[in-house]
Design a protein around this ligand. Sequence first.
Ligand SMILES: C[S@@+](CC[C@H](N)C(=O)[O-])C[C@H]1O[C@@H](n2cnc3c(N)ncnc32)[C@H](O)[C@@H]1O
Length: 178
Amino acid sequence: MLKKKVKSAVNCFCRMFPDAKNIIDVGCREGYSIEYFLKKDKNPLGIEIKMPKKGYPRIDVRGCVVVDDFLGINITPTGTKDAVFSRHSIEHMDTKAFFKRCSEVLKPGGILFIVFPLQQWATLNRGLDDEKEMLSIEDSMSDFFKEPKDFKTTHFGKTSEFGIKPMDIDYLWVGEKI
Ligand SMILES: C[S@@+](CC[C@H](N)C(=O)[O-])C[C@H]1O[C@@H](n2cnc3c(N)ncnc32)[C@H](O)[C@@H]1O
């Protein structure tokens, strides 16, 4: 099931940005995205803070995944990646620090493609411990997802609008590095 959801996001990314070749997946966990990006003739680099588990694709794609903290990792040279792809990971990180690191690794015009559960992001990142306290969608995205520093928003909406599974739960935000 998870495999299918990751594949669906990778497929959407590749449809929207066929020319993006050098891609970082932040929080690639089992490495499904890396497997799919390689099949699509891309040059992916997964960054995942946790060690790989036996029996998952990440074991077989050595060299394409770094075990490290994306927020602290030193990637040289900076400003060279075509895109950062990240699915269900931003909500586990400090959003400001995440955007800053993405801005550093991307080249001008580079793409930041984020699939995330908006409610969970707001709950974890904005300190809401009760979902009933959930801000409105517009309020919860106000700081970061309207115009984050260094990025021009190109797409934002429910994943269903873009054909990404699962429908109606997740959101896709895409920005272009200025
Ligand atoms: C919910 S999982 C999502 C995994 C996968 N992208 C997917 O779509 O199923 C979030 C992942 O982000 C990783 N992660 C969280 N903070 C991170 C950081 N600072 N640097 C790298 N990976 C991180 C976690 O270890 C976890 O594997």
